[in-house]
Ligand binder design. Sequence first.
Ligand code: GFB
Length: 327
Amino acid sequence: MTASSDDGAAFPLDGRRIWVAGHTGMVGSAVCRRLALSRCLLLTATHAELDLRRQLDVEQWMAHHRPDAIVVAAATVGGILANASHPARFLYDNLMIAANVIHTADEIGVQRLVFLGSSCVYPRLAPQPMREDYLLTGPLEETNAAYAVAKIAGLKYAEAISAEKGRHFFTVMPPNLYGPGDNYDPQSSHVIPALMRKIHVARLSGAPRVEIWGTGAPLREFMHVDDLADAVVFLLQHYRATELINVGTGREISIRDLARLLAEVIGYDGAFAFDSSKPDGTPRKLLDCSRFAPLGWRPSIGLREGLTATYRDWCLRSDAGVGVGVL
Ligand code: GFB
């Protein structure tokens, strides 16, 4: 079944007013591309038009635009170093966004709301693969605890509203994401855009080695953002429950092997140097998708294919050459 099909849907999209909060981000823009395949009416607001951290502004905007459904893809996000360096900002921004949007959605009677979580909300040493009911069964990974606390508050609030008020608000829990529209800033980005940029620059400049943070041993599950967007729109249409739901690929790869795969995709034959002064983060976070699998949706973009497409997309952008001159 594709995301654009309304066949047998619990929530057909035809003619519905759907607000994608955070539509300029990597996830939000992918969700908009998917929704554009349906006959819904897409609502968006840029950050300049609406600061989601301001309750009154959110209330006024939503009262005026009156969405039937909302996908909460807005968030302050970043890689391991950004999270560890700016816990106050990650906690405040994400708490406020979740509280304001979910609260106002309830106040004005929005029918469906999909909140985006992250696999980093599960305990650092959770058994693998991680089931939804492992949430809050152990301590969080320290490098992303602030972000995780805000996301947990948001998902629990959505859950509470569904239980107390009979609304259909639920959370989708994706693994590490990548794809077009990602952040390629070397300090604040996630590992895929960071290594893509570093390896690309090394290839162009002929550098003999590329620095990888940490030991290279951590395992991560990566999903192309177009697959996530397809799953989100599928669940928006077809999910009849309100329980938290994991959406993953079932596959994981070490950071060391990811670097090798990226080197193949980019055509780089230099070496890697591991900087163990940088954090590894959580050793492993693989999602258990047995709640989602029976609904019949599957991801369709393999990692090599997705990385190749993402690299091409990024090369077409003007900033792919940035940094080469300074090496
Ligand atoms: O993608 P990443 O920053 O996020 O890092 P997390 C994943 C792994 O790649 C870590 C290693 O073990 C990093 O040490 N790594 C190696 C690098 N080289 C690099 C590099 O140049 N840049 C980066 N960024 N990493 C985040 C959370 O954790 O995952 C967020 O902090 C969010 O809250 C996100 O949930 C999905 O998987 O460690």
